[in-house]
Design a binder for this molecule. Structure first.
Ligand SMILES: Cc1cc2nc3c(=O)[nH]c(=O)nc-3n(C[C@H](O)[C@H](O)[C@H](O)COP(=O)(O)OP(=O)(O)OC[C@H]3O[C@@H](n4cnc5c(N)ncnc54)[C@H](O)[C@@H]3O)c2cc1C
Ligand code: SF4
Length: 593
């Protein structure tokens, strides 16, 4: 499907290749990253925008099917470069908004969202948990053909590619044991489970090749999963799906951020900024275009194309709808009776399901124990009820984050603690997915509208259960201050905005992720999920991407039974949630009011 390049195209190609080899504007203390060591041509069969769970699956399968593929990823590569670790300067490589760093924070008025920027997307900083959405999650707004049974073979395939397994008993951190004990004390033992995680538990710290021939090391339990694993013990997407895509000829360019898509006679023209090359604007064209920039960014890109650039004017009026924060809720317990040791990882190893109707609202959520790098201990103590929130606010007001770091007297980054009595709790559940991603009509600024009152019953149940666990552990509960003070939820699991549906009146794409009115234009990522999964969603995002790219490849190639080569190797995987039992009438009410 490749064609010969014209002389002009070769010149432009040379320029992009040179640019992509150029050294990125460095942030101090962090290794510089080149955009790509490969050339980017001007034309491909398929271009994939973004390299998270949707984009990596798409790139891998399209390349395996013999299409020429380009991946344009806005962030840096971390497979060959270390993750940021400068604890004395919060601006050094940490933030996307400052120096194209790893974390992209969206501080919208009604929702705070955290996402990743980098090759491998959210897998770089996620907590590795893979959980299948329970059957009931598909009842709300999913197009025809979607249910758990239909997705199970694709979940199995993702499980094979990412080598998921429950944390072995011998590797369970103390925090997992304490959470299980607390669950038992609270009468919730039957809802306790050990989720599958994409972690390499082989010989700690020892280098070996994974099944795709990529070098990894075994998990050392360092607890740094959510700031990037420098051991590559997390089975992140750059080490499997993207490595296969690359081996099948896909060109992968990092620090290339797409800002416009335009339909042309031969497919789509994709315009991007080359952050490694003085923000030079370039374009490539492809017959097929897969947008996989994540729920917020894919929606924003399409909104800009429809409402500002005027290139995709026929997009559905439903664009931006059904945004969900996946019911995320964050809480802490300080001064626990026994040391919780939250910095001995991996970040998440256990879960407890809550499933009951409270005041007429059907609540379903999962409570997971969390963790954080030991260097964050001191700054998190600012949330300790014994310290008082005002002191924390004082630090920040005095001189923003950097001064707050200094004011702590260098305690951030201190690594001499041997025990830590701070527990962290992460919850996610089935919110109503009734938010909206918008561009301000005048300023074109991104905003996320989120209605708290209809979802309050869920957040309140999550707060009460956190209080019960904190009390059972002998600690004092502390709730995410943004929620406590302003009722602004925070999420790391944004979903929706480009929902799949059976018609353009109801959604942005069809049931296979192809955009209504735009043949050959696809969205494959968390934005097409019509409702909250209620569990960690990456597994479902990847499984839906596997399903949809298979449909697309069968159509492109005319091979009706095309399957991913690894489908033959994937075995049915036991979903730990399946062993959870829910009593008739629901799980116990909380003790806390
Ligand atoms: C701290 C943290 C912990 C988490 N833990 C878990 C967990 O344990 N389990 C779980 O299931 N989920 C977890 N998540 C959520 C999970 O990471 C996301 O749900 C998932 O990554 C979303 O996949 P996606 O394909 O939709 O998009 P992403 O993975 O976000 O990928 C989108 C990619 O597109 C790139 N991009 C964006 N805009 C552009 C553009 N204009 N041009 C080019 N590239 C672009 C981004 O840089 C990114 O690499 C966690 C998230 C965070 C932040
Ligand atoms: S705990 Fe997380 S960051 Fe540390 S080695 Fe294991 S997987 Fe990597």
């Amino acid at each position: 499907m490749n064609r010969r390049l014209t002389r002009r195209e070769m010149l432009v190609e040379g320029a992009i290749a040179l640019g992509s080899l150029a050294v990125a504007p460095a942030f101090p203390g962090c290794a510089v990253v080149a955009a790509s060591k490969r050339k980017i041509r001007l034309s491909y069969d398929a271009v994939v925008i973004g390299s998270g769970f949707g984009g990596s699956v798409a790139a891998c399968r399209l390349a395996q099917a013999g299409l020429s593929v380009a991946v344009l990823e806005r962030g840096r590569r971390y497979d060959i470069n270390p993750f940021p670790r400068n604890w004395h300067n919060p601006l050094d490589g940490w933030l996307w908004s400052i120096g194209r760093g790893l974390f992209d924070l969206k501080l919208c008025q009604e929702m705070t969202a955290v996402q990743a920027a980098g090759l491998g997307g959210g897998s770089l900083i996620y907590a590795n948990v893979h959980m299948r959405a329970p059957e009931a999650a598909f009842d709300r707004g999913w197009p025809r053909g979607y249910n758990r049974a239909a997705l199970d073979p694709y979940y199995d395939l993702v499980a094979y590619m990412l080598d998921i397994n429950p944390t072995p008993k011998s590797r369970m951190p103390t925090k997992a044991r304490l959470t299980e004990v607390a669950a038992r004390e609270l009468g919730r033992a039957a809802q306790f489970c050990v989720p599958n995680v994409a972690v390499d538990y082989d010989a700690p710290g020892i280098e070996h090749l994974n099944k795709f021939g990529v070098s990894q090391r075994g998990c050392t339990s360092c607890g740094e999963c959510c700031i990037g694993c420098n051991f590559h013990a997390k089975n992140t997407l750059d080490l499997n799906y993207l490595a296969v895509a690359r081996s099948k000829g896909a060109d992968i360019a990092t620090l290339c951020e797409v800002f416009k898509i335009e339909p042309v006679a031969t497919g789509y023209k994709v315009f991007f900024k080359d952050h490694a090359n003085n923000e030079q604007e370039s374009e490539i064209s492809a017959r097929y275009c897969f947008i996989s920039a994540g729920a917020i960014n894919s929606t924003e890109l399409l909104l800009r194309c429809r409402d500002r650039e005027g290139t995709l004017t026929k997009l559905s009026p439903r664009l931006g709808d059904n945004y969900s924060g996946n019911g995320d809720f964050l809480a802490f317990a300080f001064n626990t009776r026994e040391s919780f040791n939250p910095s001995t990882g991996p970040t998440i190893t256990t879960g407890i399901v809550y499933d009951r109707t409270d005041d007429g609202f059907k609540n379903w959520f999962i409570f997971e124990e969390g963790g954080y790098p030991k260097e964050l201990h001191a700054i998190l103590q600012l949330l300790n009820p014994h310290w008082g929130l005002f002191r924390a606010v004082g630090f920040v007001v005095k001189g923003a984050l950097q001064n707050a770091f200094r004011a702590l007297g260098g305690k951030v980054g201190a690594t001499d603690r041997i025990s830590d009595e701070t527990a962290i709790f992460l919850m996610m559940g089935r919110d109503l997915a009734d938010g909206e991603i918008q561009l301000h009509p005048r300023t074109a600024e991104l905003s996320i509208r989120w209605k708290v009152p209809p979802n309050l019953a869920l957040y309140e149940a999550e707060r009460r259960l956190s209080t019960d666990f904190a009390t059972a552990m002998g600690g004092n509960v502390a709730i995410n201050p943004l929620w406590r003070l302003f009722h602004i939820p925070a999420t790391v699991h944004s979903l929706g905005g480009c929902l799949m549906a059976d018609s353009r009146e109801d959604g942005v794409t069809d049931a296979s992720g192809e955009v209504f009115e735009y043949p050959g234009l696809f969205v494959l990522d968390g934005s097409i999920l019509p409702s909250a999964t209620g569990v960690n969603p990456a597994h479902t995002i990847a499984a839906v991407a596997e399903r949809n790219v298979e449909v697309a490849i069968r159509r492109f190639s005319g091979i009706q039974n095309w399957r991913a080569p690894e489908a033959a190797l994937a075995k049915p995987v036991r979903e730990p949630l399946g062993s959870v039992t829910i009593p008739a009438g629901g799980t116990l009410p909380t003790i806390a009011q």
